[in-house]
Design a protein around this ligand. Structure first.
Ligand SMILES: *Cc1c(COP(=O)(O)O)cnc(C)c1O
Length: 344
């Protein structure tokens, strides 16, 4: 049996989630008549104390809709160089929003007011794009699952208010951050103009993300979703999985974090491993010694029944999730015991 640590998107719906999906009340969501979609959107908006929500097929779509809605063509988005919105969304900021990007080099993908302030262009200088939006990611995927504290975000919010910029959160793994900090979702609702959360990551849904914001913002995003072909019909079967996940899968995320820490400890003792990034949530990133390529290392792991992904030169990522047990982690340790992949 393979231990699949490639991503927290590899989970399968639990029998109880599947039962909730099969029992869903449905209707045509383009007509606004799918009761399960409406209930999910209302539930998520209420949870974060925001006015409205929009259920979408992917986190890429919710991020791209948010950016498209915040900016005008030629405006600039400020984000970290490790951001998913920049690295992994197919150049969507340029294509969907016709916007440019100011890339910053934060610590493990986290920004600060000190980094952002000099990147805000003078709005009276016609040479420069108008800085319109700051986008944060929490937890930071490429940063190894690190997270922000509320005071860190509040300082960035204050700068955005002073300079007239909107603030978006790519919260694909926001619930992992909340599990560690104990922060309330409403605190996030107060700090951001828009938030994207993924149901298909740590929460274990087969599909789905939500965009949260003001009623006017979500109404505009909904127009853009339709023009991108994202207006969907009886999406209630999927929304029912989301409602189930928000009710049953949020409270268990700390288990994923404990298992990730265990994987981090095991990897730190491996002879091929140069270092392990601090394990803050459910992501473990290892750096291999010079001379060992991540492709060889991953192929060798696969022979031992472990799946992981390359995450940059010398880097390999492992992600824990709902479908793993403590037995898997024990098996993981046994598969690696005393092994050298080799050839340094
Ligand atoms: C997974 C992820 C997304 C969205 O991905 P989709 O596959 O489009 O749902 C967005 N941001 C981050 C940080 C992610 O890890």
């Amino acid at each position: 049996m393979m231990i699949d640590l490639r991503s927290d998107t590899v989970t399968r719906p639990t029998p109880a989630m599947l039962a909730a999906m099969m029992a869903a009340s449905i209707g045509d969501d383009v007509f606004g008549e799918d009761p399960s979609v409406n209930a999910l959107e209302q539930k998520a908006a209420a949870m974060f104390g925001m006015e409205a929500a929009l259920f979408c097929p992917s986190g890429t779509m919710t991020n791209q809709l948010a950016i498209r809605t915040h900016v005008r063509p030629g405006d600039e988005v400020i984000c970290d160089q490790l951001s998913h919105i920049y690295l992994y969304e197919g150049g969507g900021i340029a294509v969907n929003a016709l916007a440019s990007v100011a890339l910053l080099a934060g610590e493990r993908g986290k920004l600060t007011p000190e980094l952002i302030a000099p990147a805000i262009n003078n709005p009276t200088d016609p040479h420069r794009p108008l800085s319109r939006l700051v986008s944060l990611e929490n937890t930071v995927n490429k940063g190894g699952g690190c997270y922000y504290t509320i005071p860190e975000i509040a300082a960035i919010r204050q700068l955005c208010d002073e300079r007239g910029l909107a603030l978006h959160l790519d919260g694909a793994r926001l619930f992992n951050a909340l599990a560690e900090t104990g922060d309330a979702p409403e605190a996030y609702g107060r700090l951001f103009d828009s938030i994207s959360i993924c149901l298909s990551k740590g929460l274990g849904c087969p599909v789905g993300s939500l965009l949260l914001g003001s009623a006017a913002f979500i109404a505009q995003a909904k127009r853009f979703r339709k023009l991108m072909g994202g207006g969907w019909r009886q999406a209630g079967f999927l929304a029912a999985a989301g409602i189930y996940a928000l009710d049953h899968h949020v409270g268990r995320l700390k288990q994923d974090h404990a298992r990730a820490r265990r994987i981090g400890q095991i990897m730190a003792a491996q002879p091929d491993v140069h270092s392990v990034l601090p394990v803050d949530t459910n992501i473990v990133i290892i750096r291999l010694h010079e001379g060992i390529t991540n492709t060889d290392y991953i192929a060798n792991l696969k022979e031992r029944g472990i799946l992981a992904v390359a995450f940059g030169p010398q880097l390999v990522r492992f992600v824990t999730h709902l479908d793993l047990t403590d037995e898997h982690i024990e098996q993981f340790g046994q598969a690696l015991a005393g092994q050298t992949v080799g050839a340094a």
